[in-house]
Design a protein around this ligand. Structure first.
Ligand code: NAD
Length: 490
C-alpha cells in the first residue's frame, strides 16, 4: 500500500474567509475508500449556518475582488497552476484514494484540470467590452463587462479536481467571489485545491469551500438569498432540475452541466482498429464514470462483429484492481449502489436478447469493482441504451443506414457528447450538423479540451465551460447609451 497522502485534520475543515475551521457543533462525515469500503478520513460537515457564513464571506470580498486588476487575478491562477504541477504526484494519490481511479488516470485529470487555471489566467486579461456606432449615427453604444457577483459552484465526485477548476478558474478570472460545495464522496481533492489557491495568494473570502453531507438543505438555504447571483452545477439531471426550479425566485444566472447518453457511431467505411482505440478511451476513461462516456455503441452491420470481437479482446485484458497498485487499468466504481445499478442494466440487456461477449460480473473481492463488459446485439429499446450506465460496460447495437444511425443517436433526452467514426468527409459534416449534441468527436474518443466550449443541450443542460465561452458565464453586461452631436454648436 503506497504512503497515504491524506491532508492533516487542520486541512479537512471548512475553508471560509481565508481560514480553516470546524463545522457548526464539530459535525463531520466520513470519506470512504471505494477499493475496500474502509474509512479514509473524516471531513467537516457544513451546516446551513456554515454555508450562509461562507456566502457572507464571499459577499464581503466581492466588491474589492471585482475591482481588482485582471493581471493580478491572472497571476494568482498562474501561480496555482505551477504549484499544482509541482504537486501532481501527491494530488494524484489523494484523488485516486478517495475516488478510485488509477494513479495514471488521476495524473491525467490533474494535468487536464490544471489547464483550466492556465487557460483562464490568460483569459482574465482579455475581457472585452464593445464600442459601436448606432445604425442611425446619432449615438454610440458602449458595453461594459462586469463580474456577475457571488457564485455557488456545486461539483460531482467523478472528476474531483477538473469539475472544480472548470468553474473556479473562470470565476476567479472574471472577478467573482464564490462558495464551492464539493461532492461528499470526494471532498479531499477540493480541500487540497483550496489550500493551493490560498497559498497562491487568493484574497480571503474569494473562495470558500463548504463540504457537507446535507447538500439539499444547503442549496435550499442559499438559493433564496439575493446576494447569490450565479449557480454553476455539474451533476445529475434530476438535481439540476431542482436547482433550476429553486433559482426562479432570485433569478440567478445558471450553468447546468448534467448527465449524458453519448452515442458512439461506427460506419462501414471506418478504420475499425482506430474505432476500437477510440472506444477504449471514450468508454473506459474513468472506469466509464464520465458524463461524456460512450454509452451506446451504434455500429454498422458490416463491421459490428469485427468491432465487437476486437473491443472485447481489449476489454477482457484490462486489469481490475486498486487504483494505486501498479499495473492496474480499471479501479473500483464509486460505491455499492453503482455496482448494483450497472449489473442490473447488464442483466436486463441479456434478458432482452443481448449476447454477453466478455465480463458481466463483479469480481469476488471487497470494494466496488465490475469487470469490463461488452454486449453485442443489444436491443435498441433495452434500458441500458436509455440510461447513463456510469460503468465499464459497452453495449453494441446494430444499424444499417446513416439515416437510422442519426435517428437512433438522437433518440434520447440527453445531448452532451457524440462520437463518430467514418472516413467520409461529407458524411462527417452531415453528422456534425444533424446530431443534437453539444460536442461531436470525429475519429477520436477524447474530446475534452480546456480551450474548447464543453457543454450540452436538451436534458444535458446549458452553458459552456472552458474555451472563450467559459468566462462569459461569470460576466454581466451593462450597455451605456452615449448620444452624440455630430456638428459643433455655433
Ligand atoms: P449528483 O447530482 O448526485 O451530485 C452532484 C453534486 O450535487 C454533489 O456535490 C451533490 O452533493 C450535490 N447535490 C445533490 N443533491 C443536491 C441538492 N438537492 N441541492 C444541491 N446540491 C445537491 O451527481 P453525481 O452522482 O455526483 O455525479 C454524477 C452525475 O454528474 C452524472 O449524471 C454525470 O453525467 C454528471 N456529470 C456531468 C458532467 C458534465 O459536464 N455535463 C460532468 C461530470 C458529471
Amino acid at each position: 500500500m503506497p504512503g497515504r497522502t491524506l491532508p492533516g485534520p487542520d486541512r479537512r475543515g471548512l475553508f471560509i474567509g481565508g481560514g480553516w475551521r470546524a463545522a457548526e457543533q464539530g459535525a463531520t462525515f466520513t470519506v470512504l475508500d471505494p477499493a475496500d469500503g474502509s474509512v479514509l478520513a473524516s471531513v467537516a460537515d457544513g451546516s446551513v449556518k456554515d454555508a450562509i457564513e461562507a456566502l457572507d464571506a464571499a459577499a464581503a470580498a466581492q466588491k474589492d475582488w471585482g475591482a481588482s486588476a485582471p493581471r493580478d487575478r491572472g497571476e494568482i491562477l498562474r501561480k496555482a497552476f505551477d504549484l499544482i504541477r509541482g504537486r501532481t504526484d501527491e494530488l494524484a494519490e489523494l484523488m485516486s484514494l478517495e475516488m478510485g481511479k488509477t494513479i495514471t488516470e488521476a495524473r491525467g485529470e490533474i494535468a487536464y484540470g490544471n489547464e483550466f487555471l492556465r487557460w483562464f489566467s490568460e483569459e482574465a486579461v482579455r475581457i472585452h467590452g464593445r464600442w459601436m456606432h448606432a445604425p442611425d449615427g446619432a449615438s454610440r453604444l458602449l458595453t461594459i463587462r462586469k463580474p456577475i457577483g457571488p457564485c455557488l459552484l456545486i461539483t460531482p465526485w467523478n472528476f474531483p479536481l477538473a469539475m472544480g477548476t472548470r468553474k473556479i478558474a473562470p470565476a476567479i478570472a472574471a472577478g467573482c467571489a464564490m462558495v464551492v460545495k464539493p461532492s461528499e464522496l470526494t471532498p479531499l481533492t477540493m480541500l487540497a485545491l483550496a489550500d493551493i489557491l490560498n497559498e497562491a495568494g487568493l484574497p480571503p473570502g474569494v473562495l470558500n469551500v463548504v463540504p457537507t453531507a446535507r447538500a439539499a438543505a444547503m442549496s435550499e438555504a442559499l438559493m433564496p438569498d439575493p446576494r447569490l447571483r450565479k449557480v454553476s452545477f455539474t451533476g445529475s439531471t434530476a438535481v439540476g432540475r431542482q436547482l433550476v426550479r429553486q433559482s426562479a425566485d432570485q433569478l440567478q444566472r445558471l450553468s447546468m452541466e448534467l448527465g449524458g447518453n453519448a452515442p458512439f457511431l461506427v460506419f462501414e467505411d471506418a478504420d475499425v482498429d482506430a474505432a476500437v482505440d477510440g472506444a477504449m478511451l471514450a468508454k473506459m476513461r474513468n472506469m466509464g464514470e464520465a458524463c461524456t462516456a460512450a454509452n451506446r455503441f451504434l455500429v454498422h452491420s458490416d463491421v459490428a462483429q469485427e468491432f465487437a470481437e476486437k473491443l472485447a479482446n481489449r476489454m477482457g485484458r484490462l486489469v481490475v484492481g486498486r487504483g494505486q497498485d501498479p499495473g492496474v487499468d480499471v479501479g473500483p466504481l464509486i460505491d455499492e449502489r453503482a455496482v448494483d445499478a450497472v449489473h442490473r442494466l447488464v442483466t436486463d440487456a441479456v434478458r432482452d436478447g443481448a449476447q454477453l461477449v466478455v465480463g458481466g460480473t463483479a469480481p469476488d473481492r471487497p470494494g466496488y469493482f465490475y469487470h469490463p463488459t461488452v454486449l453485442l446485439d443489444v436491443h435498441h429499446d433495452s434500458e441500458i441504451n436509455g440510461q447513463e450506465i456510469f460503468g465499464p460496460v459497452a453495449p453494441i447495437s446494430i444499424f444499417t443506414t446513416e439515416e437510422e444511425a442519426v435517428r437512433r443517436a438522437n433518440t434520447t433526452e440527453y445531448g452532451l457528447a457524440a462520437y463518430v467514426f467514418t472516413r467520409d468527409l461529407a458524411r462527417t459534416v452531415r453528422l456534425a450538423e444533424s446530431l443534437e449534441y453539444g460536442m461531436v468527436g470525429v475519429n477520436t474518443g477524447l474530446i475534452s479540451n480546456p480551450a474548447a466550449p464543453f457543454g450540452g443541450m436538451k436534458a444535458s443542460g446549458f452553458g459552456r465551460e472552458g474555451g472563450f465561452e467559459g468566462i462569459e458565464e461569470y460576466l454581466e453586461t451593462t450597455y451605456v447609451a452615449l448620444p452624440v452631436t455630430l456638428r459643433q454648436a455655433g
